[in-house]
Design a protein around this ligand. Structure first.
Ligand code: NAP
Length: 501
């Protein structure tokens, strides 16, 4: 049995890879389990070296990777080059640096006093992590993407399930990582990959797996979340899914409607609308000409979306029936080409009253598709915002810091999203210390967690306290000499990193 990928521009087969057979599957899990204590005992500095080695391997093979990924995704060489930069610099290397810095270990030491024991609290890696990447990021959220890099940085072996839409470039990345890790001295079992739909399910059920990191659709994420919760011993599923990511234009923000319309169309059609942060709904004040301006901007830009898979392309077309059936009308659309997985870019318009809880209009339609609604007053806007599903991100287009309407909208939206953007668009997520890419259910299954940024490591650790434990029996992070040179809280005082503490 094989897994095939296709060229979205023509529909032709690009790669055909065999599914992982049961014997190999069992051996991969056994190796991941065997590597678990080795990784846990390895210093963050050493693991950082492994992640840097993978990054260098990807960069050495950059042109081959980009060419193959472009054939499998049609995302274009420029975008894919940028994605490799993000993967190597802002993810693999950055998470290595975060691990070495050491604050993710959350060490807190209390020396014994009369009547009180010594306590050492330290975060420990959870063990093997299953990683599911999404179709729309063949590097940054694929087999060596953010989840894999942050899990290894936190000291956990990874078994990734390759996405069929880019199975060829997944295979190539796996080979590059295997060579880089072996040369860097990482133990066998640090990273492996499986192919095949059922193998993904079996991975979530496997006893060895201690956590799942998923990036993809709500349907897929919630299916795997259910499977993990039906295990005899359930495990956390960190599912980052797709949401509507609303944009609110305030009355003052609507003063430059043509500029707002151009920004909105640019954002919702970027990458053929195949971003989890795509703004799928715009709420503008009535009478500011938003529908006409957005229509004109779409006609001027004339995007030509090509979707990653046949199913995603079909989803855009099926969305027309679903959205119209939910009270929207097509305001404007482009005519797709005849070849491959081309699809139209579509703007719908709907009465704001159609935005009721459970409406299809409040769910993601993956692709260059968005809905525009007009609100007559603050009350109408407030009712619509209250009906929204929580989202990964939202934007508010304002008239500037003195905008009298904006603070109220900030207040409402901040309780419903993981990231709020002022006077900008939700597409584009920086991977850095202060980033949060998550959000309340159903944007993610665990709203406290982020899949992007330094805190991505926190998903793969578990705190524990050692009481009255002799120094040499403690994990290095908690030992008196601070051999890993990490910041720690000692008797309540935060002490910055010092190897000679
Ligand atoms: P997808 O269809 O959910 O697939 C993701 C992975 O999960 C694939 O490997 C898929 O395997 C597997 N999968 C899906 N359903 C499954 C099930 N019922 N049982 C077992 N495995 C299952 O998502 P996609 O089309 O690749 O990605 C697009 C979606 O991802 C969009 O909704 C987008 O918004 C979202 N996304 C979210 C983020 C974020 O950070 N939140 C980032 C990027 C994309 P098979 O293909 O073999 O079925």
């Amino acid at each position: 049995v094989t897994v095939q990928s296709y060229d979205p521009r023509s529909g032709a087969t690009v790669a055909e890879i065999e599914e992982t057979d049961p014997q190999e599957f069992t051996s991969i899990l056994a190796q991941a389990e065997a590597a678990t204590p080795v990784l846990a005992a390895t210093s963050p500095t050493e693991r950082r070296r492994w992640l840097y080695a993978i990054a260098e391997g990807l960069e050495r093979n950059r042109d081959e990777l980009v060419a193959l990924a472009d054939r499998e995704t049609a995302l274009g060489a420029e975008r894919l080059q940028g994605e490799i930069d993000r993967t190597t610099k802002s993810q693999l290397r950055f998470y290595g640096d975060v691990a070495e810095e050491g604050s993710y270990l959350g060490v807190s030491i209390e020396e014994p006093t009369e009547g009180k024991p010594s306590l050492v609290r330290v975060n420990r890696p959870v063990g093997p992590v299953a990683v599911f990447g999404a179709s729309n990021f063949p590097f940054a959220f694929s087999v060596l993407g953010s989840d894999t890099a942050s899990a290894i940085a936190a000291g956990c072996p990874v078994v990734a399930k390759a996405h069929p839409a880019h199975v060829g470039v997944s295979q190539l990345q796996h080979a590059i990582a295997a060579e880089a890790l072996a040369e860097a001295g990482a133990p066998t079992g640090t990273f492996a990959m499986v192919n095949g739909f059922q193998n993904g399910i079996d991975l979530v059920k496997a006893q060895a797996i201690q956590a799942v990191a998923f990036t993809g659709s709500q349907t897929g994420g919630l299916a795997l979340w259910r499977i993990a919760n039906e295990r005899p011993i359930p495990i956390p599923v960190y599912a980052e899914m797709g949401t509507v990511n609303p944009v609110v234009v305030t009355r003052e923000g609507a003063a430059s409607m043509d500029e707002v319309a151009a920004g909105f169309v640019g954002s919702f059609t970027l990458g053929s609308g195949q971003f989890c942060t795509k703004p799928g709904l715009l709420l503008a004040p009535a009478g500011c000409g938003a529908p006409a301006a957005i229509c004109a901007a779409l006609q001027a830009m004339a995007p030509e979306p090509v979707m990653l898979t046949k199913a995603i392309s079909a989803g855009v077309v099926a969305g027309v029936f679903e959205f119209v059936g939910s009270g929207a009308a097509v305001l404007a659309q482009t005519t797709p080409g005849d070849d491959g997985f081309a699809a139209p870019a579509i703007i719908y318009v709907a009465e704001i009253g159609a935005l009721t809880q459970g409406s299809r209009l409040l769910e993601e339609c993956f692709g260059a598709v968005a809905v525009v609604c007009e609100y007559r007053d603050d009350e109408e806007l407030a009712v619509a915002l209250a009906a929204l599903q929580p989202s990964l991100a939202a934007s508010i287009i304002t008239g500037g810091p003195t905008d009298s309407q904006a603070a109220g909208v900030v207040d409402v939206l901040s309780s419903r999203v993981g990231r709020l953007v002022i006077d900008g668009w939700p597409t584009g997520v920086t991977c850095s210390w202060a980033q949060h890419h998550g959000g309340p259910w159903p944007s993610t299954t665990i709203p406290q967690a982020t899949s992007v940024g330094a805190h991505a490591l926190d998903r793969f650790i578990r705190p524990m306290t050692f009481q009255n434990t002799p120094d040499s029996w403690l994990p290095p992070a908690g030992q008196a000499a601070n051999p890993w040179g990490i910041p720690r809280r000692v008797n309540g005082d935060l002490r910055t990193a010092s190897r000679s503490e």
